[in-house]
Design a binder for this molecule. Structure first.
Ligand code: PLP
Length: 358
């Protein structure tokens, strides 16, 4: 039986990936040198296709890491001297905040209860000494998403501070205005439907300048994956270390497939599938949308609360025979909620079937 992994990461592979892996093997992608011209081509294609797909400005840098967890660590090391502010709206944003603390920074935060978003970001009081504001666009744990307008409002209030956005489980869905953000990052095993083990870090010149300033002051900004080293190598379509060549190859191919389909079509379909599912959940007999405020509901990670006392495992087992693997809740909500990934690989027809079965 064919199972669809509607789990929010790792998730179902983008439907073209198995074929691309076959092709990669027949072209010895996993054996070539990462200093060869062939690798440089792969790197260049991945970055160019991603920039086209997401409409990333030419003067932004795109570099590769091992995971999004690594980018949390790197961005704090490279872009914060002392003070950083975190908007915490779930477990991933909380972990990002803890990473700042563990790295010895003066981390401040504002936290909303699990399942809720920030009602009014303009009322946040972010002190002058804060250098960087960390936002998690899509909380994979609770299914809360921050409206893009709220991110831009923070930019308007704090033009001098760096604004960085964890968009791990929302991209390629959000159409960010990169002129109003300094850095965005994701890992590939969620919306892009790739095997795990690759983080993608997008940032602008302000981040580079900050890293260079810290380095000059003698502050440690990391070793092989510090920004100056990453961009120096990237300018030659290379990486400091032996990278996940297969992952970078597959990213380039999947971005190309998504470009053929059309990013507007992907975004429209995502919105349609999300509306369909939330509609179904709002009239369901034992599930309801876990996020009450419709404007804070994620379109890409749909979380439902179980209302009849059964566990998430029991609910997940109901739908497994139909070929749908749904995700458990996250953390404390592990047993009381289910999570459904609405990523680009899932067709409208599949979600219509899922909605019927639910
Ligand atoms: C999954 C996830 C991460 C961590 O990604 P890794 O690739 O496992 O490091 C970070 N932030 C969010 C919002 C996520 O969903």
């Amino acid at each position: 039986m064919k199972y669809y992994y509607l789990t929010p990461g790792p998730s179902e592979l983008y439907f073209t990936v198995p074929q691309h892996i076959q092709t990669a093997l027949s072209h010895d992608i996993c054996s070539i040198s990462h200093r060869s011209a062939k690798f440089q081509e792969i790197f260049k294609e991945a970055v160019n296709n991603l920039k086209t797909l997401l409409n990333i400005p030419d003067d932004f840098y795109v570099v590769f890491t091992g995971s999004a967890n690594e980018i949390w660590e790197r961005i704090i090391q490279n872009c914060v001297r002392n003070y950083v502010f975190h908007l915490i709206n779930g477990s991933f944003s909380k972990r990002f905040y803890e990473t700042s603390l563990e790295l010895g920074k003066k981390a401040l935060s504002s936290e909303v209860p699990f399942g809720k978003g920030f009602e009014d970001v303009s009322s946040l009081k972010i002190p002058d000494e804060v250098e960087m504001i960390c936002i998690t666009h899509n909380e994979t744990s609770s299914g809360v998403s921050m409206p893009l307008e709220d991110i831009y409002t923070l930019r308007k209030h704090y033009p001098e501070k760096l604004i960085v956005v964890d968009a791990v489980s929302s991209l390629p869905y959000p159409d960010f205005d990169y002129r109003l953000i300094d850095s965005v990052f994701f890992s590939v095993q969620k919306g892009f439907g790739l095997p795990a083990g690759l983080g993608v870090w997008i940032f602008n010149q302000r981040c580079v300048e900050k890293a260079l300033a810290l380095q000059k002051e003698g502050i440690c900004i990391g070793t092989y994956h510090k920004i100056p080293e990453l961009i120096e190598k990237a300018s030659k379509y290379q990486t400091p270390e032996t990278p996940n060549v297969l992952g970078i190859y597959l990213l380039g191919k999947v971005c190309s497939d998504m470009l053929s389909k059309g990013i507007q079509t992907i975004r429209k379909e995502t919105a349609y599938k999300a509306t369909l599912l939330y509609q179904r959940l709002s009239e369901h007999s034992f599930l309801r949308p876990a996020v009450e405020n419709p404007s804070h509901r994620s379109s890409t990670v749909i979380v439902a609360h179980i209302t009849d006392g059964r566990t998430s495992e029991e609910i997940i087992n109901l739908y497994k025979p139909h070929g749908f693997i749904l995700g458990k809740g996250y953390g404390k909500a592990k047993d009381t909620q289910i999570r459904i990934a609405n990523f680009p690989t899932f067709s409208k027809e599949l979600f219509e079937k899922l909605s019927d079965i639910l």
